[in-house]
Write a protein that binds this ligand. Structure first.
Ligand SMILES: [Zn+2]
Ligand SMILES: [Zn+2]
Length: 253
């Protein structure tokens, strides 16, 4: 299985328009973060987790020619705004894109992209096949998907385990039950927004604590804001086995 971090940033650090901080003005590619998403590929099957505003650019940049499904963690705009661009895949495959989302998220997607769900839609609208997502594990092609819940302040967000790899974005609390699902994970990509407290995201210190509690060998921090600081400055502060994720990071499992 191959995992590619398509984006490791947040809407707060895109870089920010007209921001002259040392991250937003950095020439270092490690500081240039699109909105958070991953691509998971195995034996000819490819899926992405979330399709934010940078989805199209990420598909082009990673040269993704076929995509079997999109898993939705939650419906904040930095995670679903790019769903309109599935039309390119619709055009190639002549079929709808499978989008896995929980019932509440499906309702929001139907409101947000109402034109795609009309009885007689305008020609060329994105074709989205919404499929129920709950806590039951399932397969997309050869990839086993194990969903689990994390909390993003008061909002339930889905995390996903794929074999010995797990992905958690947008969270500041993980229940004991979900920690059990994560037990035995070897590589983790997890939300760490910035160093300062935030009401709905793990800080860097909180994320380090979670990584230690789960006991993974290797962890990468994602959904990183420009307020985190430059990668070159933050990386030396991190414990052994932990790194800031970056766009284009490839993890082979
Ligand atoms: Zn969010
Ligand atoms: Zn987010």
């Amino acid at each position: 299985m191959k995992i590619t971090v398509l984006g490791s940033g947040t809407s707060q650090g895109v870089p920010v328009i007209a921001c002259e901080c040392d991250v937003c003005s950095s020439e270092d590619v490690l500081d240039k973060r699109l909105r958070s998403s991953i691509l998971v590929e195995s034996n000819g099957t490819a899926l992405v987790v979330d399709a934010g505003p940078d989805f199209r650019q990420q598909m082009l940049r990673a040269n993704v020619k076929s995509l079997d499904a999109i898993l939705i963690t939650h419906t904040h705009k930095d995670h679903i705004a790019g769903l309109d661009d599935v039309r390119s895949f619709n055009y190639i495959t002549k079929s709808a894109m499978k989008v896995f989302a929980c019932a509440a998220d499906q309702k929001e997607i139907k409101q947000e992209f109402a034109y795609a769900f009309e009885a007689n839609p305008y020609p060329g609208v994105p074709k989205i096949d919404l499929i129920d997502l709950n806590l039951n594990p399932f397969y997309i092609g050869s990839i086993k998907v194990v969903p689990f819940e994390v909390m993003h302040m008061s909002l339930r967000v889905f995390g996903f385990r794929f074999g010995d790899f797990a992905y958690i974005t947008d969270a500041n609390y993980i229940s004991e039950h979900s920690m059990k699902v994560l037990n035995g994970t070897k590589v983790l990509v997890i939300d760490a927004l910035r160093k300062k407290m935030h009401p709905s995201h793990f800080t860097l210190d909180e994320a380090v604590d979670v990584v230690r509690k789960i006991g993974v060998e290797t962890a990468y921090f994602t959904h990183v804001s420009h307020l985190m600081g430059r990668t070159v400055d933050v990386q030396p502060l991190l414990p052994h086995g932990m790194r800031l994720a970056y766009d284009g990071l490839v993890i082979e499992m």
